[in-house]
Ligand binder design. Structure first.
Ligand SMILES: [Zn+2]
Length: 54
């Protein structure tokens, strides 16, 4: 299954992901620890943040 690295935009296979981050009950896969770190610092830059009030 192809996954999308939200930070650098690369298409990656889940098995090739170097790092994963859990956010809003979803698991995001990244090509490198570097991308994962960027995502952890500012997840809202890369994916829509859910509001608890909806
Ligand atoms: Zn990446």
């Amino acid at each position: 299954m192809k996954l999308h690295d939200e930070v650098c935009g690369m298409e990656i296979e889940a098995k090739d992901a170097e790092a994963t981050v859990e956010f809003q009950d979803e698991t995001y896969h990244f090509c490198s620890e570097r991308c994962a770190r960027k995502f952890r610092e500012h997840p809202d830059w890369y994916v829509p943040v859910r509001s608890d009030r909806e």
